[in-house]
Write a protein that binds this ligand. Structure first.
Ligand SMILES: Nc1ncnc2c1ncn2[C@@H]1O[C@H](COP(=O)(O)OP(=O)(O)OP(=O)(O)O)[C@@H](O)[C@H]1O
Ligand SMILES: [Mg+2]
Length: 163
């Protein structure tokens, strides 16, 4: 059993991680306010897979690339703009300037950030974190955060996941 208002999802395969992303998309959209979410977990935990499921559910078609090298991929969706960032390769927080964050961070839309700890300035502004972990071959997902967005999210999601 988790804490009251917490969740722990077991994700058996890539398809379930995508389905979890789709469920989150359903609860988060449409984006009427700025929403900044961290996607946390070790290398290969499924962060990009979850982002892909979320974006597909928002109607994004075509190949959804990992922003590993570009650091950022912007999308226009029917629910509003989504920016997907992967800061793993960010060498210095000063490089963030070149990503044009000020153009979208305070606008209605979703910003998903893999490796947010690389940018303390973003880390402290996260509405909540989606935390993926290895569990043998599988993955688990939980939501971390104490703010209003986190509790609202936890209240609207099932404690366990079945895809
Ligand atoms: N629930 C799951 N069970 C088993 N494998 C999974 C699950 N979800 C995703 N995977 C697989 O894990 C691998 C890594 O996924 P992904 O690239 O999304 O990880 P990541 O966290 O974004 O990694 P990185 O830190 O390198 O950006 C992929 O091969 C994907 O298919
Ligand atoms: Mg990734």
């Amino acid at each position: 059993m988790g804490q009251p208002g917490s969740l722990s999802w077991q994700l058996a395969n890539e398809r379930q991680t995508e389905a979890a992303g789709a469920l989150l998309a359903d609860r988060l959209a449409p984006f009427t306010e700025p929403l900044l979410l961290g996607l946390t977990g070790p290398l290969g935990a499924g962060k990009t897979t979850l982002a892909r499921g979320l974006l597909k559910a928002l109607g994004v078609s075509g190949r959804i690339k990992s922003p590993t090298y570009t650091l950022i991929e912007p999308y226009e969706t029917t629910s509003g703009p989504v920016h997907h960032l992967d800061l793993y390769r960010l060498d210095h927080p000063g490089e963030l300037e070149f990503l044009g964050l000020t153009d979208f961070l305070d606008e209605p839309g979703l910003v998903l950030v893999e490796w947010p700890a690389k940018a303390p300035v973003l880390m402290k502004r996260l509405d909540f974190e989606i935390v993926l972990a290895f569990s043998g071959e599988r993955r688990t997902l939980r939501i971390d955060g104490s703010g209003k967005a986190a509790s609202h999210m936890l209240a609207s999601l099932p404690a366990s996941f079945s895809a």
